[in-house]
Ligand binder design. Structure first.
Ligand SMILES: [Zn+2]
Length: 282
């Protein structure tokens, strides 16, 4: 059985709450091992995938079958929820508060039972089933960002944790200048759901492709202090390899700030992210 079929089975089982996703995941690992070939080939394949992370590959895992319609409605509702909540507030919105707001505002509409089950399933799934090998940072879907622990950074629409992350950001700006901008700060569960599922949606349900550039909900280090920086005026290119050609990148490298969470050729299943600043050693 191909990995894709395995996930399909897993999804269908999970949808009916017949089998816990983890039980099916054990089978998935076994199948994978049976198909293992020359380890060098795997590494070569892997490096290629991370370099061309935005392409789809034969063994990528997709959301398929009857899971697709609930996936679509969830994505749409999350987007409406962000619109109503506001881009800034949505960054740190908890799962429970998001559900409450959706129920209150008819522009969003209440999350259905199947949508909540679907999100729960995505959260509970081991992300290594579709190729993401990082560690989970937020253990529970209902984990909250405490508003007293974060500060909204003026003019950025982003939050940073007080303490080390904020100090790091301030000292970066002090030493490297004001052309350093905060492109993404603290992100709660709902925000990571939106980013990850939007990317999956644009990739025709391809969870593997999405996870090569965005951590699945619960796995993002943006949940506990890391942040992204960019060059002012560089726009979306701040999230591409071209960021390494900017003055900001050069300055940050020279000053020793680029302690990267996802360096080139990392083995976590994530593309090279030179803009992502690590603020703790977790
Ligand atoms: Zn990042």
């Amino acid at each position: 059985m191909k990995r894709r079929d395995f996930l399909k089975t897993l999804m269908l089982c999970a949808a009916g709450w017949g089998i816990a996703p983890d039980a099916a995941a054990d089978n998935l690992t076994i199948t994978h091992a049976l198909h293992s070939e020359n380890p060098d080939d795997h590494i070569r394949d892997y490096i290629h995938k991370m370099k061309f992370f935005n392409q789809s590959y034969e063994d990528d895992i997709y959301i398929t079958g009857n899971m697709k319609s609930v996936f679509n409605t969830t994505v749409m509702r999350l987007n409406r929820l962000e619109e109503v909540t506001g881009h800034g507030n949505f960054q740190i919105l908890s799962f429970d508060d998001g559900i409450a707001i959706a129920a209150k505002y008819s522009e969003v509409g209440e999350f259905t039972r199947s949508e909540l089950d679907f999100m729960e399933m995505i959260f509970q799934m081991e992300a290594n089933q579709y190729g993401f090998f990082g560690q989970k940072q937020l253990k529970s879907i209902t984990d909250r960002i405490n508003e007293n622990d974060v500060l909204k950074v003026p003019y950025t629409g982003n939050y940073l944790y007080m303490g080390k992350p904020l100090e790091t950001y301030n000292s970066i700006r002090q030493k490297a200048g004001e052309e350093v901008i905060l492109t993404s700060g603290v992100r709660g569960i709902m925000k990571q759901f939106l980013l990850f599922l939007n990317k999956t949606y644009k990739s025709d349900g391809n969870l593997s492709l999405a996870s090569r550039s965005l951590a699945p909900p619960g796995y993002s280090f943006h949940g506990n202090g890391d942040f992204d920086v960019g060059q002012a005026g560089f726009g979306a290119a701040n999230f591409t390899k071209r960021f390494t050609t900017t003055e900001v990148y050069k300055k940050l490298s020279d000053l020793g700030y680029l302690k990267l969470r996802y360096p080139e050729n990392n083995m976590l299943g994530v593309r090279f992210e030179p803009w992502h600043i690590q603020t703790n050693s977790v």
